[in-house]
Write a protein that binds this ligand. Structure first.
Ligand SMILES: Cc1cc2nc3c(=O)[nH]c(=O)nc-3n(C[C@H](O)[C@H](O)[C@H](O)COP(=O)(O)OP(=O)(O)OC[C@H]3O[C@@H](n4cnc5c(N)ncnc54)[C@H](O)[C@@H]3O)c2cc1C
Ligand code: SF4
Length: 523
């Protein structure tokens, strides 16, 4: 086995890993970033629905097991930038209420160990780093905040007409906050119809490869190893300190030593890595004295809906610009939160064909040309039985039974009513159910009590002081907005904590790296 040593090892390059790599790059620390995948090539196939949806060109070939032990292909991506490379770039702050305990129809969504005000300055920074576009004032659930760094993306003509009809229904549609780069500039975002679930061929999407890893690699102290899969964290005999990570790379095994490790493999893979790192002093997994590593897995309840009208072709190319948060905190007929409705990127025929493959593509194409797409999303609640485990061969097994379904079904019904009132003749819906891992979170919950949490409020494991986990794992609740910006904001917060705690010298100060709390200017 070969060996190397660095000051900090970051494992994973997604929203968490890519961002913290960017933030720590401006220090004197020698940083190694490990990524099991490679760079996604810039190629015509990036924007091909057939390549992306039918041939699954960029999805991992790895297979996971479900709760009954049946193998399935997880909808996840191993590459530089992780899943952010394929995201819709909807970059939301959690609502202020999401940080508090909230009663839902099927149980309680627990409080976070930090409040909105603690994260707000890091949300500001995250929005600058990922160049988020939005507008304040229309969203009834918007937490206190200043203006967005960039103006909201204008609605396309069809969506603009829908927005005004939604207002006519007494609703409060608001612009979706979106991370799109250089909009309106010659090399910038062209508002195409292959954004959500596709990599951006022209690198105009705000994602962790473009906004995190590539800028970090411009610093001389940062090294990236691609096709380098961390298989196990090794500890000293006490089990209280990680001394090295074992890495599979180029067909061999390498050991990398460091005084500090940041695991950022995504909520499922980070839990799996800690569980696979069991040893004599920690037989149930590393940093798992609470027994919670892998538990409380959440992923949102998500239903895709489409309003269809046979004589109304949808000419909008980019329609993902609208949110309806009127039912985020309570439903029209219930005192409990229901969740969020978002307009969604255009469905392509081959995407629809993955649901019922025997219907011919031309029929689907004719159908989707007349459809307007929506995503209906509700919070699922943390349950100890919803969990990630690894089997004797180290394979990931996902146990997940959706909960809080009452709220989600009510939101789906309400969305159907709204779309029907908009004049659509037919409303169809589809859900990937328990196989939907896109918004995975919560497997290594953060908190103040080591008996009821795995990480402390700065995402350091309670049991192993030189081990941090910086990705979607720390979420105590899933809220009902997209998780990415919260992962990014917390990564920036943890980076500051590491820089101060370890006395790292800052070698770079950028506008993005400065936390500014505009005193008195928050509304
Ligand atoms: C199609 C799609 C659309 C989405 N849209 C949105 C959206 O609009 N807004 C939003 O906020 N969120 C969205 N999400 C969710 C968002 O992408 C995730 O919440 C986010 O990427 C999670 O960040 P992460 O750092 O936890 O993990 P990831 O981004 O998944 O990154 C984990 C990284 O770790 C690497 N890795 C894993 N295991 C190892 C190992 N053992 N060794 C080395 N490397 C390893 C992986 O290859 C990957 O690069 C979407 C997701 C998908 C798939
Ligand atoms: S050009 Fe814009 S809309 Fe198209 S994939 Fe890139 S970021 Fe998304």
């Amino acid at each position: 086995m070969t060996a190397s040593s660095f000051d900090i090892v970051i494992i994973g390059t997604g929203a968490g890993g890519g961002t913290i790599a960017r933030a720590l790059a401006g220090t004197s620390a020698r940083i190694l970033v490990l990524e099991r995948g490679d760079f996604v090539p810039q190629e015509p196939e990036n924007w091909s629905p057939d390549e992306v949806w039918r041939k699954l060109r960029y999805q991992t070939k790895e297979r996971w097991l479900d709760e009954r032990g049946r193998a399935f292909s997880p909808y996840t991506h191993y590459n530089v930038g992780g899943n952010t490379k394929f995201w819709g770039s909807v970059l939301y702050r959690l609502r202020r209420e999401d940080f508090q305990a909230v009663e839902h129809s099927d149980g309680v969504s627990p409080a976070w160990p930090i409040d909105y005000d603690t994260l707000a300055p890091y949300y500001d920074r995250a929005e600058r780093l990922y160049q988020v576009r939005g507008a304040v004032g229309d969203d009834p659930t918007e937490p206190p905040r200043g203006p967005y760094p960039y103006d909201a993306v204008p609605h396309a003509a069809g969506m603009a007409a829908i927005v005004s009809k939604l207002r006519g229904q007494g609703l409060h549609p608001s612009p979706l906050p979106l991370g799109l780069l250089r909009l309106g500039e010659p090399d910038g975002c062209v508002l195409c119809n292959t954004c959500n679930s596709f990599p951006c061929r022209i690198h105009a999407k705000s994602e962790a490869d473009v906004c995190g890893i590539r800028p970090a690699l411009r610093r001389p102290n940062v090294t990236l190893w691609t096709r380098a899969c961390a298989t196990r964290l090794l500890t000293d005999p006490s089990g209280r300190r990680v001394v090295a990570v074992e890495v599979e790379r180029d067909g061999g095994t390498t050991r990398v030593d460091a005084p500090l490790f940041v695991v950022s493999c995504g909520a499922i893979n980070s839990a799996a890595l800690l569980l696979r790192s069991a040893g004599p002093t920690h037989p149930h997994g590393l940093a798992n004295s609470s027994g919670l590593a892998g538990r409380r897995y959440m992923a949102h309840l998500a239903t895709m809906m489409q309003g269809f009208h046979p004589f109304r072709p949808n000419a909008d190319v980019f329609q993902k610009t609208v949110a309806i948060n009127d039912f985020y905190l309570r439903g029209p007929d219930s005192p409990y939160p229901l969740g969020q409705i978002q307009s969604q990127g255009r469905t392509h025929g081959v995407m629809a064909q993955t649901v019922v493959p025997w219907i011919p593509l031309w029929a689907y194409e004719a159908w989707v040309r007349r459809g307007v797409d929506w995503l209906v999303m509700s919070e699922d609640l943390p349950s100890a039985d919803n969990r990630v485990t690894v089997d004797a061969q180290g394979r990931i097994r996902l146990h997940y039974r959706p909960n809080n379904l009452t709220a989600h079904r009510e939101l789906v019904r309400e969305t159907k009513r709204i779309l029907t009132r908009l004049g659509f003749w037919l409303v169809v819906k589809h859900s990937h159910g328990s196989r939907n891992t896109t918004h995975q979170c919560g497997t290594l919950v953060f908190g103040t009590d080591p008996r009821t949490s795995v990480l402390d409020p700065f995402c350091r494991t309670h049991d192993v002081p030189n081990l941090f986990v910086v990705d979607a794992s720390f979420f105590p609740s899933s809220a009902a907005v997209n998780p990415g910006l919260t992962i990014i904001a917390q990564a920036l917060r943890v980076a500051d904590h590491i820089i101060e705690g370890y006395g790292l010298a800052r070698t770079e100060v950028t506008t993005e790296s400065v936390v500014t709390v505009p005193a008195g200017t928050r509304t």
